[in-house]
Write a protein that binds this ligand. Sequence first.
Ligand code: UN1
Length: 497
Amino acid sequence: MNGQNFIDGQWVDSHTHDTFESRNPADRDEVLGTFPRSNAKDVDEAVHAARKVFPAWRAMSRIKRGEVFDQFVQLIKKDHEELSRLMARECGKAINESRADVTEGIHMAQYVFGAARMPAGDVIASEIPEKDAYMRRHPKGVVAAITPWNFPFAIPLWLLGPSLVEGNTVVFKPSEDTPLMGQKVVEYLERAGIPPGVLNLVQGDGEDAGRPLVAHSDVDVVAFTGSFDVGSEIRKVCAQSPHKMAVCEMGGKNAVIVFDDADFQIALNAALLSAYKTTGQRCVSSGKLIVHEALYSKFCEVFVKLSKRVNIGDPLNEKTLMGPLINESGRKKMEHYNDLARKEGGRVLLEGGGLRGVEYGKGCYVSPFVYQMDYTPKSRVLREEVFAPNVAIVPFRTIEEAIAIYNDTDYGLALAVITEDYRKARRIREECEYGLGYVNLPSIGAEVHLPFGGVKRSGTGMPSAATLIDAVTHRTAWTVNNAKEIKMAQGLKAEIE
Ligand code: UN1
């Protein structure tokens, strides 16, 4: 298929007339489509279209804007399976997880449709009895949404849903690894009735399309999910503008903390799911298992035994747990960290990394790499994100040690704690640095109506998903005097003498 940009309600090619391909990471010979390699001129047209229609979209009833998402849900439900299969082919995500990704997108659309009928502000008390005071949310204007390939349906919905229902217009640039899913999101929103110019799609890479979009003077908010390096670049660019806000969800170095009283089965399953779902390519994946010394050797033994049984292969096979990594640089990065783990003193329990051979030859397949690692401060493999199934199992003795091992990273996104003791869980809750905490669960599996975001290098502290509303709206104060004379707060005299 020949993909296009969507600008001001029209499907158009890029001014560059240049294109790029989307290939199946499980079979690099399969081309899913070609897409426009857009440049600053395309971006400018898209932002211009979004700016032009903003007053009309803002003036529309919030409930009517929400109804677009009801229509969208109805269309997506009919094509759920087809979209899931396309996603599995475009990003290599196992089919069961691809289905869950589409479902999560549906959930976000349902959420914003419902939220459109909920209060758009608050009634607030005043010092003056005759004064009525309100907090009213106003849309900010044009939102640039830049999304990753690993949740190519759900995350666009996380960003587009709240932005659009609150009355902003959007320029959307999906990852260059999943342009087809990006185009699908827009096609369905168009069919659901989004008016021309309200949602614009610009395909392309970060350098030629993403950069001018972030820098554009008519963009008010940049909502981004992706790497720390790109996110911090975006924040710098936005900081140079007098008004622009950056909302960035970046990486994580997450962990599962297993206490000595843990339910062993829950601990194992939580660790396996956190490490291997999406082949370790979630920002909430855990490559650091912090395990109490009393359980350590048994845990290592069983975890490795089960890691050997992980089904790796075709994402469309129902039994597959791990599809391929997204691309060759993902595989190189994993191999780099496997080597680093050895250099930093890791004791390898399960050799893993790139898989070759007939079955795997056409994709970037990898197998789990598992190692024991004693904690040393500043260890890079225990602090940096790998985005692949590279798993360190680290022993600890005291809860203070577990907390220190968890916190010793520049990231602070997700943690899971496995214990039957509520006091231990509570200390983890209070003393670890994270945005998402899970008790007796894996570190993955957010729900759309909860905040999603992290601290430190993981994010700007302005969560995405449903709570993105705080970033895409201004809280305005609106005060009304009902008295026949002016009365002032703070005891200010209201007469001119
Ligand atoms: C991400 O990995 O970028 O919590 C987001 C989860 C998902 C979202 C992950 N719903 O696992």
